[in-house]
Design a protein around this ligand. Structure first.
Ligand SMILES: [Ca+2]
Ligand SMILES: [Ca+2]
Ligand SMILES: [Ca+2]
Ligand SMILES: [Ca+2]
Length: 204
């Protein structure tokens, strides 16, 4: 009896651990995300730092465990797909994977807007990196402000045209969580060493 209880408890624990350690891929809500006003909101609870082989910078450096990221599986239904989320302070990346040559040769185009609907940046084509087998997949890097609402639109070439029916893509939104005090601490440590060196020199 006790053994059964223990193994049941362990089972619940391992299930919980499994859920926390796996990157959760959201599915696009197709019903109504074809405008800024009806964007699909990606809640901060869906951002985590679990390992994902496809989450990287434009240089292909894997940053899945050094960032908070959310991934969305989207598919074309003859419209543009809009997503909204709250920014963290620091560098963010928007990475389209598995778009070109996956489900209808879809050539992606992405645009980033601020909370007022002002266009901040856009990208058509980028580099071949983990998850992208063709340069037609889009990629964008942008500094974001903490707490600000942002919108990311996924469309197709050119100029945010509608995504054709039958096309598929994965969108990764990753946000840097590197602590600001770290460089300051390094600087203080460095200046401390310089001061110490000066003291040693004066004594000599
Ligand atoms: Ca849609
Ligand atoms: Ca990628
Ligand atoms: Ca990509
Ligand atoms: Ca493209």
């Amino acid at each position: 009896m006790n053994n059964k209880l223990v193994s049941a408890a362990l089972g619940i624990c391992s299930l919980t651990t499994l859920n926390l350690s796996q990157a959760a891929y959201l599915t696009e809500s197709h019903s109504a995300n074809s405008s800024l006003a009806t964007s699909q909101y990606i809640d901060s609870v869906y951002f985590d730092d679990s390992f994902d082989r496809d989450i990287n910078t434009e240089n292909g450096l894997n940053i899945s465990q050094d960032s908070l990221h959310a991934s969305i599986l989207g598919s074309g239904d003859g419209t543009v797909d809009y997503y909204s989320f709250n920014g963290l302070s620091g560098q963010a990346y928007f990475d389209i994977d598995y778009a070109y040559d996956f489900g209808g040769a879809f050539d992606s185009w992405i645009e980033l807007y601020d909370s007022n609907g002002l266009l901040l940046a856009s990208n058509d084509d980028s580099f071949i990196e983990a998850g992208s087998f063709h340069g037609f997949d889009s990629f964008l890097g942008q500094e974001l402000d903490l707490g600000e609402m942002y919108y990311l639109a996924v469309g197709s070439y050119s100029g945010l045209s509608d995504i054709p029916f039958g096309a598929n893509y994965t969108l990764h939104i990753s946000q840097s969580v590197s602590a600001v005090p770290v460089p300051a601490a390094v600087w203080l440590f460095g200046s401390g060493l310089i001061a110490l060196a000066g003291l040693v020199r004066r004594k000599a």
